[in-house]
Design a protein around this ligand. Structure first.
Ligand SMILES: Nc1ncnc2c1ncn2[C@@H]1O[C@H](COP(=O)(O)OP(=O)(O)OP(=O)(O)O)[C@@H](O)[C@H]1O
Ligand SMILES: [Mg+2]
Length: 324
């Protein structure tokens, strides 16, 4: 680990236990984010993206979700071994999260001004009035009139609520912002505004970003690096330029092939054939092997480890050779 490392997830395993089944959502996930880096995390539904994000802040749904192995380090400290109190200090202040569903993060009994104000006042010494001014500025930044400060979450539309969630997420200028599909529910104009806002945060405050999205366009617009997740493991990562320009894993190639081309007449998505791997039944060996056209015997038995195929590009596939 070098000085420049902000977040390091090592060999993380997460299991969900419900009455019906045990699901292995993360199966040895490795991920490193450097200071000032913006990383995109992409993968099909159920791949474990939200689980990874929730694990970082110890917010896995209880009692179902449990970290069963591995570690997470933030600024060189094991956050997986921190007390609730220590973690509370990091949450919101250093690491902040914008959730996939804003309803889970907004409390219906407080006005949005009170909620965001509380976040600010918990970590910064300022009066209620000063906090109000700050909240109004934040709301304005996400395109909501500051005068709506005293409105309650149910008085906002879905898209507006999402923007309130974003305002809360950026209220304390976090070092690391984790955004889980933050713009999926928003219309294109607002989406563009939010992306612009995130770009601004990046340049102004050097905020590191983990951007979870299905939208590869957003990743190329906003991120320098990208990690591709499949069945709870990262199977390819590197600079956006290299991974999108020359994808090495058959799964990544499939994902990129699934972008509808703008010029072409093809409007239907080119789906990757086969069934998405389920956490309840992760295939042995390389989890992608049942869907892979390049599958060999070894792929069915052994899990391929990440290898470097160029300076800024790694892949976990037996068909690739390590760079000299
Ligand atoms: N509370 C839960 N109880 C049981 N299983 C869960 C729970 N939450 C997630 N899972 C399972 O864990 C796996 C990973 O889910 P997760 O929500 O992390 O995926 P995701 O990549 O965020 O998907 P999406 O793109 O749909 O948001 C899935 O198989 C899912 O069914
Ligand atoms: Mg998710």
């Amino acid at each position: 680990m070098d000085n420049n490392t902000l977040l390091e997830i090592r060999n993380l395993r997460v299991q969900y236990t419900t009455e019906r089944a045990v699901g292995n959502a993360l199966n040895g996930l490795n991920l490193t984010i450097h200071k000032g880096e913006s990383m995109g995390l992409v993968g099909e539904t159920g791949a474990g993206k939200t689980t990874a994000a929730l694990s970082i802040l110890n917010l896995l749904p209880q009692p179902a979700g449990k970290i069963t192995g591995g570690d997470i380090l933030y600024n060189g400290k094991f956050i997986t071994r921190m007390s609730k109190r220590e973690l509370m200090d990091i949450r919101g202040n250093k690491i902040s999260m914008i959730f996939q569903n804003p309803l889970t993060s907004l409390n219906p009994v407080f006005s949005v001004g009170e909620q965001i104000g509380m976040v600010i006042r918990k970590h910064e010494r300022c009066s209620r009035k000063e906090a109000d001014v700050k909240v109004q500025a934040l709301l304005k930044m996400v395109g909501i009139p500051g005068g709506r400060l005293h409105d309650y979450p149910n008085q906002f539309s879905g898209g507006m609520r999402q923007r309130v969630g974003i305002a809360a997420g950026i209220a304390l200028n976090p070092e690391l912002l984790i955004a889980d599909e933050p713009t999926t529910a928003l219309d294109v104009t607002i989406q563009a505004q939010i992306l612009e806002l995130m770009k601004q945060l990046k340049t102004q405050y050097d905020t590191s970003l983990l951007m979870i999205t299905h939208n590869l366009g957003i990743i190329s617009e906003l991120c320098e690096t990208v990690s591709v997740i499949y069945a709870g493991r990262i199977i390819e990562s590197g600079t956006v330029k290299e991974v999108f320009g020359a994808p090495a894993h058959p799964y990544t190639r499939g994902l990129l092939g699934a972008i509808p081309s703008l010029e072409g007449k093809r409007e239907r998505l080119h789906a990757i054939p086969g069934k998405i791997a389920s956490a309840n039944n992760v295939p042995e060996g390389c989890a992608f092997h049942p869907r892979c056209e390049r599958c060999r015997e070894c792929c069915k038995k052994e899990i391929p480890q990440m290898i470097k195929i160029s300076l800024n590009h790694e892949v976990a596939c037996f068909c690739e050779k390590e760079a000299e």
